[in-house]
Design a protein around this ligand. Structure first.
Ligand code: HEM
Ligand code: HEM
Length: 237
């Protein structure tokens, strides 16, 4: 099909599919906001600038404020992640936990196909997938594991700062991981994973949206993706 005919494709030959429900979209954007805040405040905590001021020392509490913002964002991040786990049982089939688990043969077949087309830019059959493609699902699966690591290591460090039972439940993490410096180091490294993931993720979302023209970018805003009717029906049956 030429680009001109693609541009003029008639609406009556298309079907719109509701892929991401409101809870998933809320999860996504709250997660983006929390992670950006955690990366920025975490970066300052790890590399504190030596600011000088002639104010009374007790008025200069900016670093405490940065840490406070980190902890508030951390709580929002954790609760939001728990919310996503709930959606993966209660949500629609595109949001279901099964779509993230790299267990079936079919999953790996489509995974390699997506890798060839998207990353290595090789020629191949066009992939029509309604939810996340398996390459994307796999990266989200790894991302969720790193989320769990970041939460455990974060609460492990926080346990030294609070007597509350909920934080004390994580007190064993720091000795297990080789001490405070080691936990900080790995918490810091995981942060770079989020930065690199985000760069690839945003690039690929824009790439798919422009190459396929199925509304991928806006699917995380309005929930809808668009498919030719015959392709959609074939996929569903
Ligand atoms: C996306 C998630 C997160 C990111 C990107 C992130 C990032 C960071 C970074 C870069 C640091 C500085 C480490 C260093 O070099 O010393 C840090 C410190 C810290 N983070 Fe996180 N963090 C995240 C989640 C959490 C969570 C869920 C908690 C749980 C309470 C947490 C608690 C802490 C604590 C206690 C510190 C040490 C603060 C201090 O000693 O002043 N973080 N974080
Ligand atoms: C402006 C920036 C961003 C845009 C436009 C964007 C857009 C999207 C879109 C369109 C999808 C659905 C893709 C598909 O159908 O496979 C998606 C999924 C996802 N994105 Fe983003 N994203 C952004 C930033 C981020 C960041 C910073 C993170 C986390 C570090 C993130 C984490 C995720 C996750 C976990 C999913 C899977 C959603 C789910 O099923 O729960 N995104 N994103």
């Amino acid at each position: 099909m030429t680009q001109t005919t693609t541009r003029m494709m008639k609406w009556d030959n298309m079907r719109r599919v509701y892929v991401y429900s409101v809870p998933t979209r809320i999860f996504h954007w709250l997660n983006v906001l929390a992670i950006l805040t955690l990366i920025l405040t975490g970066y300052v905590i790890g590399n504190p600038p030596a600011l000088m001021s002639n104010k009374e020392a007790s008025f200069g509490y900016w670093f405490g404020t940065i840490r406070f913002i980190h902890f508030v964002a951390a709580i929002i991040f954790v609760l939001n992640f728990i919310f996503r786990i709930y959606i993966s049982f209660a949500g629609n089939k595109y949001e279901n936990w099964r779509s993230f688990l790299p267990v079936s043969k079919r999953f790996w077949k489509s995974f390699w196909q997506a890798l060839k087309l998207d990353i290595f830019q090789m020629k191949g059959k066009e992939m029509i997938i309604i939810g996340h493609n398996p390459l994307a699902s796999f990266t989200y699966f790894i991302l969720f594991i790193v989320f769990i690591f970041q939460i455990i290591s974060g609460f492990g460090m926080y346990a030294a700062m609070s007597d509350k039972a909920i934080y004390q439940a994580f007190v064993w993490i720091v000795p297990l991981m080789g001490g405070d410096a080691a936990v900080r180091f790995w918490h810091h490294m995981a942060t770079w994973f989020f930065v690199i993931f985000s760069m690839f993720h945003v690039y690929l979302v824009f790439y798919h949206d422009s190459v396929e023209g199925r509304g991928m970018l806006s699917s995380m805003a309005g929930g809808w993706k668009f498919f030719k009717k015959d392709i959609y029906l074939k996929k569903e049956n």
